[in-house]
Design a protein around this ligand. Structure first.
Ligand code: SF4
Ligand code: SF4
Ligand code: FES
Length: 746
């Protein structure tokens, strides 16, 4: 940690001034001097000195030192391999030792061409081998999980992967077993590495020991391009590089934005790209005819769309997914609101602008003294990287308090707003600590209850506006909910009408298409246009289907949960026209002038909605806008208290309140990637120990969950952290269940 004071070290006869506390590797790098490393990776915590690749000579010390374990000190004199024969010999010997059992299979190794071991051996290693005996050969590849393969012969035992598992993701699933030359990386009892962030170990591995099963043997480094963009799958917006070969996405890598993602990705962001080539991907427009949906030309599809729009006019309702870029949402709004006067929309959950007064980068969570989380959803399901920042805060000594059905302070579902009101009121002990702390963070992780607005009120009442280290984050359910709502609002001023009956329902995106509430609307609509990527989501109920693109196939902009605008880049050419292309064509038929180019649309939108921010400022790692003055949000609407579950009576054990959640590994993209199937939640119901005991239910039992005349059979699991009176079920297994359920053993 730097204090602002500088120290001067001499490295290879050059004086280098760095802030006190800077590591020697970073001090050297700041002067353009390389100290080569394998195991050193500051994001994994303190150095472990495992590989000895970083040997340097330090004046006054008799033996070579592991440079990665040293901190720059005033007056320190260091010689690297560039100026010290002893250091060069040490590194040469280290490499020779590492290569004793390392197979020389670079030509067939996935890491070949982008491998630190290969590169450093060329620069610092021996030019030939003295090995005259056979190397160890082992069974390979070992499946660490359906996503990760391990080639143990290539492992150099740097412990990056196990340190990530234990010290960053804290899932403790990847461990080193045995000792010395027999040490091997493994999972507990060889179970698959099942955790939200497992894929990061592939990127961390400095050799080809841990490889992605999706990427193995798919490409060589000299025939790929890495296209910088952002992940469009949740509201974090991690910065990524999409590896592209011959027009196909082959891999997703992190593109470290230190304030947003810290260089980590969740497995959903990393491994779902094969949805681009899903078998049921729609590649041409479909119109409902006598024989069902039939392919038609784009001209015919736009003719049909125009006719449906003219017929429905202002009775058109639009359901947006929150996965659209701001440009796509704005273009749709210009066409529908501007051209047609069709103002009614089902918008994804957004947040309150009042929160901008408490804006901070996500990375600030790691430095917090105290973090309070409210809401019904787990962070890892809603905005996974926030969970990693929170874990970092915990390791740095922060006090972490969670109000919610699985929290440290158990509250019933929907209790977030009440918890915040209590905190912000007078005489609350935790509230007083939040007021007193310089670096306090509030997080809302759940839907409903006025999220952003109530969070902003609490942050204001706790004095966060005056504390630059304190802030509040609302985690929306969709990747670009706020951006879409802002773009939709920017296109026209008129209030929303509420057309009944609905003449035409436009469903934009797969998330809306899979939403039961939108499907219910579709049943009431005279006609439906669905803009979707996948056949299964549209058959049966759409009159016209227009093929959609994925965020990996579009240029555009997303607004993340911090309020940071970030650039999406088209990484590959989609098999269908971009949304902006056909929306602008259709708009032309209604005399609305609209560019098909995202940059032009962004400039127009930015002038009205984003303070005229210049799109070119968003390239690279996008900045976070400054805080704005606090403006009180509209007060909360009167909320009727939730109906309590029916109490127990006689042999009837009472109903439980159904708590649905949307697991991280769910949704149309995940469903189309076979390797991710093992990460998806089982068809199970969670209940607390007391509720289970009263029903004589044990983990693993099959139970019948009944509500309102429907029933579903699930496997029970006792969740000791769950609040009483609640049955927790993943959305996809709770489709027909109502708010209160009865749980019985058959
Ligand atoms: S598998 Fe890779 S990251 Fe893990 S210890 Fe071996 S070389 Fe290091
Ligand atoms: S945390 Fe969100 S934005 Fe980041 S990789 Fe995962 S899904 Fe994508
Ligand atoms: S990089 Fe220093 S010991 Fe591995």
């Amino acid at each position: 940690m730097s204090s602002g004071e500088l120290v001067t070290v001499t490295i290879d006869d050059r004086d280098v001034a760095v802030p006190k506390g800077t590591g020697l590797v970073e001090a050297a790098a700041s002067a353009g001097i390389e100290i080569p490393v394998f195991c050193y990776e500051p994001r994994l915590g303190p150095p472990v000195g495992a590989c000895r690749m970083c040997l340097v000579e330090v004046e006054g010390l008799p033996k070579l030192q592991a440079g990665c374990t040293l901190t720059a000190q005033e007056g320190m004199v260091v010689k690297t391999a560039a100026s010290s024969e002893k250091a060069a010999e040490g590194q040469n010997a280290t490499l020779e030792f590492i290569l004793v059992n390392h197979p020389l299979d670079c030509p067939v190794c996935d890491k070949g061409g982008e491998c630190p071991l290969q590169d450093l051996t060329f620069r610092y290693g021996p030019g030939n081998t003295r090995m005259s005996f056979s190397k160890i050969t082992l069974e390979k590849p070992i499946p660490v999980s359906p996503l990760i393969a391990l080639d143990r012969e290539r492992c150099i035992l740097c412990y990056r992967c196990t340190r990530f598992s234990s010290d960053v993701a804290e899932d403790n699933q990847l461990v080193a077993r045995n000792r010395g030359a027999h040490t091997e990386i493994t999972t507990f009892e060889s179970d698959p590495y099942r955790a939200p962030f497992s894929g990061n170990v592939i990127e961390l591995c400095p050799v080809g020991a841990l490889t992605s099963t999706q990427y193995r043997f798919e490409a060589r480094p000299w025939e790929i391009q890495n296209v910088p963009t952002v992940c469009g799958l949740c509201s974090v917006g991690c910065n990524i590089n999409a590896t592209v070969r011959e027009g196909k996405v082959k891999r997703i890598l992190s593109r470290n934005h230190p304030e947003v993602d810290g260089g980590w990705l969740c497995d959903k962001g990393r491994f779902t790209y094969p949805h681009l080539i899903a078998e049921d991907r729609i590649t041409e427009p479909l119109v409902r005819g006598e024989l069902g949906l039939e392919p038609v030309s784009w001209d015919a599809a736009l003719d049909r769309a125009e006719a449906l729009l003219r017929e429905a006019g202002t009775r058109t309702v639009t359901a947006l997914s929150g996965t659209e870029s701001v440009e796509q949402a704005y273009a749709l709004a210009r066409l529908l609101r501007g051209g047609l006067g069709a103002h009614t929309a089902v918008l994804p959950e957004s947040t309150s602008d009042a929160l901008d007064a408490f804006r901070l980068p996500l990375s600030s969570i790691a430095q917090a003294e105290i973090v309070v989380i409210v809401g019904d959803d787990d962070l890892a399901d809603r905005a996974p990287i926030v969970d990693l920042w929170l874990k970092a805060a915990g390791r740095n000594g922060a006090e972490i308090v969670r109000y919610g059905p699985t929290g440290t302070e158990p509250t019933g579902p929907g209790g977030a707003a009440a918890a915040l009101r209590a905190l912000a009121g007078s005489g609350n002990e935790l509230g007083d600590r939040l007021r007193a702390a310089d670096r306090a963070i509030l997080v809302w992780s759940g839907s409903g209850g006025g999220g952003g607005a109530r969070l902003a009120e609490a942050a204001h009442a706790l004095g966060f506006a005056e504390k630059p280290g304190s802030g509040a984050f609302h985690l929306p359910a969709t990747p670009n909910g706020r951006g879409v709502a802002t773009a939709w609002a920017a296109a026209a001023d008129e209030d929303e009408a509420n057309p009944e009956p609905i003449g035409l329902l436009i469903i934009s995106g797969d998330r809306a298409a899979a939403d039961p509430a939108v499907r219910a609307l579709a049943e009431r609509a005279e006609h439906v246009i669905a803009v979707t990527m996948f056949h299964d989501l549209a058959v049966g109920w759409a009159d016209l289907v227009l093929p959609a693109t994925s965020s990996l196939e579009s240029d555009g902009t997303l607004l993340n949960l911090e309020g940071r605008l970030q650039r999406l880049r088209r990484t590959v050419i989609a098999p269908v026209p971009d949304e902006l292309a056909w929306i602008s064509q259709l708009a032309g038929r209604f005399d609305v002038e609209l560019s098909p180019h995202a940059v032009v649309v962004f400039d127009e939108l930015s002038a009205v909605a984003f303070g005229g921010v210049d799109g070119s400022e968003l390239n690279g790692t996008a900045p976070l806008p400054a805080r704005t003055p606090y403006e009180a949000p509209p007060p909360a609407a009167e909320v009727k208290p939730a109906t309590p579950a029916r109490p127990a009576a006689g042999h009837f054990l009472g109903e439980l309140r159904l708590l649905r959640y949307r697991p991280l590994f769910s949704g149309p993209f995940v469903e189309r990637v076979g390797e991710l199937a093992f990460q998806r939640p089982p068809a199970e119901l969670e209940l607390c120990t007391a509720d289970a005991e009263r029903r004589s239910i044990a983990t693993g039992d099959h139970v019948v969950v009944k509500s309102n005349g429907t029933s579903v059979e699930l496997r029970a699991r006792i969740n000791r952290g769950l609040v009483a009176g609640v049955a927790r079920v993943a959305d996809e297994h709770a489709a027909d269940l109502h708010l209160h359920v009865e749980v019985v053993k058959p």
